[in-house]
Design a protein around this ligand. Structure first.
Ligand code: SAM
Length: 369
């Protein structure tokens, strides 16, 4: 992946990601039982071998930190002396410095002892994409990933009149789907090499569920339609060029549960031949924390002021990346402020329709012993 593409999907810096993504943490906490149970099903490790955990696409690690504490406790309940490693992986542009500060207790809540202070726990990070093999063959016990693998490795084309594949024209959407299915195979084969025999993956990925729901499209307004509409407004008003309008294309695709499961249903697929088996799969909707708070408090302005910065935390790099780099930085910043400002005014004027419920496909996958 080129540096430019990687930058497109980088998150904003300095703990901005974790503090604004309470919903993402909720998702991880909800799959905690599955993760802990998966760890309990592993064949015993040899003496002296570490229980190696990976968090693929961890961002600053803040959202998974409580779950990691729980997982470490669970491993130690049965094996008090077992050494454990956690390797946080993300793209090279990720804010690994914040991740290190959070795990060392230099940032974040002071309620728990820092993760890094747990005896016999070793924390590492890798800036290698999950589209490549990150760990040596047969070395990983448990691979975890939340809300990351919808980022595909490449944009097969720009989406001419929308921002995300969910609103693309059929021919565009098919190109994104083909890319996403190739990418899923790449992810699975890399993980198959890394997992030790009997190792497991616990994944919570954004999806389009059995009822056609996806992130920001459950009830009410479609969030990606809102992004597209406000971006189109800037184009129609002459604030951005046609190229800038078209270039705002999320490098993402939401697969359906059937698409996630397809490689496991075919005994001749490369994933099945590599020994991977789908143990469990279900979809889950995690309600938008901001919309829930609004339902209780009914303060439209406060809702929009909290909600839109959350959307901005993970989407801004896509719109910023679409703008002509020849524009002065202050001009680009003003366009982005105008864009998110319009979205905020929209959300404040009709708050009941806006919500960003998370829709996930949760999977537990094992590698043959
Ligand atoms: C929405 S965040 C999720 C962070 C965290 N896992 C959570 O659930 O809160 C998605 C993360 O995936 C990372 N990501 C996207 N593509 C990736 C890739 N190819 N390899 C590794 N990480 C990737 C992004 O950089 C980002 O930090």
């Amino acid at each position: 992946m080129s540096a430019e593409k990687a930058a497109t999907i980088a998150m904003r810096r300095a703990g901005y990601y974790s503090s604004n993504t309470i919903g993402a943490k909720r998702v991880i906490d909800k799959v905690g039982d599955l993760v802990v149970a998966a760890a309990g099903k592993m064949p015993a490790l040899a003496d002296g071998q570490a229980f190696a955990i990976a968090d693929f696409g961890a961002a600053d690690g803040g959202t998974s930190m409580d779950m990691m504490r729980r997982l470490v406790r669970a491993v130690r309940t049965t094996e008090p002396e077992r050494q454990i490693s956690i390797t946080y992986t993300d793209l090279p542009h990720n804010d690994f410095s914040t991740l290190f500060r959070l795990s060392q207790g230099l940032l974040g809540p002071k309620t728990d002892a820092p993760l890094a202070d747990i005896p016999g726990l070793f924390i590492f990070a890798s800036g290698t994409s999950f589209y490549r093999q990150i760990f040596p063959d047969n070395s990983l016990s448990l691979g975890f990933s939340a809300t990351a693998m919808h980022w595909i490795s490449n944009r097969p084309c720009m989406i001419a009149d929308h921002v995300q594949a969910v609103g693309a024209r059929p021919a565009e959407r098919e190109r994104f789907r083909a890319q996403a299915l190739r990418d899923w195979e790449t992810i699975l084969l890399a993980r198959a090499r890394e997992l030790r025999p009997g190792g497991r993956l616990a994944l919570a990925n954004f999806c389009i569920d059995e009822e056609g729901r996806y992130l920001g499209h459950t009830t009410g307004v479609d969030m990606f339609d809102c992004f597209a509409r406000h971006w189109r407004d800037l184009y129609r008003a002459g604030r951005i060029s046609e190229t800038e309008y078209v270039n705002a294309t999320f490098q993402q695709f939401y697969k359906t549960p059937d698409e996630f499961a397809a490689p496991f249903r075919d005994p001749d697929s490369s994933a099945s031949r590599a020994g991977l088996k789908l143990e469990t799969m279900f979809t889950m909707v995690t309600p938008c924390t901001y919309a829930e708070a609004f339902r209780r408090e009914r303060d439209a302005a406060a809702f929009a002021k909290a909600y839109v910065p959350t959307l901005r935390s993970w989407s801004e790099t896509v719109f910023a990346g679409a703008l002509d780099p020849a524009r002065p930085a202050a001009e680009r910043a003003a366009i982005l402020d105008e864009f998110y400002g319009a979205y905020e005014a929209d959300a404040a004027s009709a708050p009941d329709g806006h919500r960003m419920d998370y829709v996930h496909c949760v999977m537990e996958i094992s590698k043959a012993t």
